[in-house]
Design a protein around this ligand. Structure first.
Ligand SMILES: Cc1cc2nc3c(=O)[nH]c(=O)nc-3n(C[C@H](O)[C@H](O)[C@H](O)COP(=O)(O)OP(=O)(O)OC[C@H]3O[C@@H](n4cnc5c(N)ncnc54)[C@H](O)[C@@H]3O)c2cc1C
Length: 540
């Protein structure tokens, strides 16, 4: 693949692609994309392009809940403080303040839309998760919060009176610009018709989620290959804090089973971690089982060298386990473990990207016409380490702000003749893949897990860089989902390696065994952009 190419695959606007126009184009149908669309739909016709079915994405899988300062003894001030503390010195204070203060009205809107959260004696039931000083996490159907939120938003979007149209099985490949360099649409692969299409719009909202699939072990579903991030990078968008990846401490670790998340809420309710001898090992560490995720993940990682690590949920009692965690209980039972009776084997897994496409508080990127929100965006709200259950709230709050911003000045409706002719078509040479793409995907995930994972060092990162660069040079994607995804994964994995190599300290989700301490000198955001020879830094 060509390093400098603006496009993942060769294409020509003069070819006979079908062209569609819509006022606002939303890419992705998770919490961020759907909420942005709903908040824009009183003014514009919206089209949502989404890679698979409308439900597929991280949102549907969210378990524990959504943090919001709505409980009687809570306030946005407390929520602000806890978020800053978890963010390990890298939070954007303005973004955190907006998250905490605007969170309650967004969650109230979500409830009006139809999301039903669990209640206790008719009042909202708030639980506590790691590093929260108050009970402020709303949950639904016990441990199926994301599924309930997604259900409610999808129902609203699909309402017969809504002017939001959803196109499923559309793989967004690249962003398109007009002659003034404004993003004015996308090149998408319609997987139903196996054809490329051009979609033009006044404004484009990137809400394509994270990139957990770059790693061998992840709680994220298959769609999370970071396509939107890679497309934005190719178009010239800045990416920020790409070295900061959150590894969730407790995913099911069983041969033949997926890395199914065992929610932090289980530890919030009192579940305990045990080593291979059946002994607790978190009791001497501040916060114990509810210490920040990166600390718990590294402790588990260290214990795993001696043998299997377990989470004992059974101490909560059978009744509570089945009522509070019905989804986790059922899934583990399918793999032969009754968590109400015996401890479940767990290990860390890649969970969340703190970094993403650099945006300001209004969700604007450095490219006119392109906005981003949700997990693919980074305004610094999560700093170096996201506080549990803040991600769904981030999706709501900043999607609604993007909608407000676009309403102020949506931009002109483009025509095909406005399109800038593709540049850098160096990838037009005949595609010769000497290695099986499936094999590269497997190896990429292994390299990322082993050398760019929970514990990193210079020598491992350099090896990863060499191996990934080699694959990148040998591979050019063809027009099919797996190869398009792999093309994006190769670009992003190298950006993560570059950012991780450059940051010579440990902070939040980024841990370097050769630089184990946090260093004030590094209290700044990394920024990476196509064409730059090195990572840049901007102050917090
Ligand atoms: C197992 C699990 C549990 C979690 N639990 C919690 C929790 O309890 N609380 C919390 O706050 N957070 C939780 N999170 C994190 C949270 O779910 C996500 O960060 C959040 O849902 C992201 O929302 P999003 O809209 O940005 O992305 P997503 O929900 O991932 O949606 C992204 C969308 O983009 C689409 N897309 C991707 N690529 C393309 C492409 N090329 N073309 C077109 N469309 C594309 C996808 O198909 C999808 O529709 C959890 C995550 C996981 C995986």
């Amino acid at each position: 693949m060509n390093e400098d190419s603006n496009y993942l695959i060769p294409w020509n606007p003069d070819d006979e692609h079908e062209i569609y126009t819509t006022e606002i184009l939303v890419l992705g149908s998770g919490i961020a994309g759907l909420f942005a669309a709903i908040n824009l739909s009183d003014r514009f016709n919206i089209t949502i392009l989404t890679k698979k079915n409308i439900m597929a994405g991280n949102t549907e899988h969210a378990q524990g809940g959504i943090a919001v300062a709505l409980n009687q003894d809570d306030s946005p001030e407390f929520h602000f403080g806890d978020t800053i503390k978890a963010g390990a010195g890298l939070c954007n204070l303005e973004a955190v303040r907006i998250l905490a203060e605007k969170g309650p009205e967004c969650v109230e809107q979500l409830i009006k839309i139809g999301a039903q959260f669990d209640r206790l004696e008719n009042r909202l039931d708030f639980t506590r998760e790691a590093a929260h000083s108050k009970n402020r996490v709303l949950h639904a159907k016990g441990d199926a919060t994301g599924g309930e939120i997604e259900r409610a938003l999808v129902a609203k979007v699909q309402d017969k009176d809504s002017n939001i149209s959803v196109r499923e099985n559309y793989f967004v490949i690249d962003l398109l610009k007009n002659k003034e360099n404004r993003v004015c649409g996308v090149l998408a692969y319609n997987e139903n018709k196996l054809k490329l299409e051009i979609w033009l719009a006044k404004a484009v909202i990137l809400a394509t989620g994270g990139l957990g699939q770059l790693y061998k072990y992840t709680t994220n579903p298959p769609v999370t290959t970071g396509d939107g991030l890679a497309a934005a990078y190719r178009a010239g968008a800045e990416l920020m804090d790409m070295e900061f990846i959150q590894f969730h401490p407790t995913a099911l670790l069983l041969s033949g089973a997926p890395s199914f998340l065992i929610s932090e809420a289980a530890r919030g309710e009192g579940a305990k971690l045990l080593n291979s001898k059946g002994e607790r090992f978190m009791h001497d560490i501040p916060g114990q089982e509810l210490a920040p995720r990166d600390i718990v993940a590294r402790e588990i990682w260290a214990q795993m060298k001696e043998g299997t690590v377990y989470l004992d949920v059974s101490c909560l009692g059978q009744d509570k386990v089945q009522k509070r965690f019905p989804g986790i209980y059922k899934t583990c039972l399918e793999y032969g473990i009754d968590i109400s009776k015996s401890p479940v084997p767990v290990g860390p897994a890649t969970h969340f990207l703190m970094g993403g496409v650099k945006v300001n508080i209004d969700g604007e990127t450095n490219l006119a016409g392109l906005y981003a929100c949700g997990e693919c965006a980074c305004n610094g709200v999560h700093g170096a380490n996201r506080l549990a259950s803040n991600s769904l709230l981030d999706g709501l709050v900043f999607a609604s702000i993007v909608a407000e911003k676009i309403k102020e000045n949506p931009g002109p409706l483009p025509k095909k003749s406005d399109l800038k002719v593709p540049l850098n078509q160096n990838c037009l040479n005949e595609k010769i893949n000497s290695i099986d793409p499936e094999k590269i995907i497997e190896e990429l995930k292994q390299i990322m897990w082993d050398k760019v994972g929970i514990i990193r060092d210079r020598s491992g990162l350099l090896q990863a860089e060499a191996e990934l660069t080699n694959y990148r040079q040998k591979f050019s994607p063809g027009l099919n989902t797996a190869e398009l995804e792999l093309g994006n994964m190769l670009i992003l994995s190298l950006l993560i390696v570059k950012s991780a190599l450059a940051r010579e300290e440990s902070r939040g989700g980024h841990y370097r065994s050769d630089f184990p301490l946090t260093n004030i000198k590094w209290q700044k955001h990394s920024v990476i952009k196509k064409g730059d020879t090195r990572v840049r830094y901007v102050s917090i």
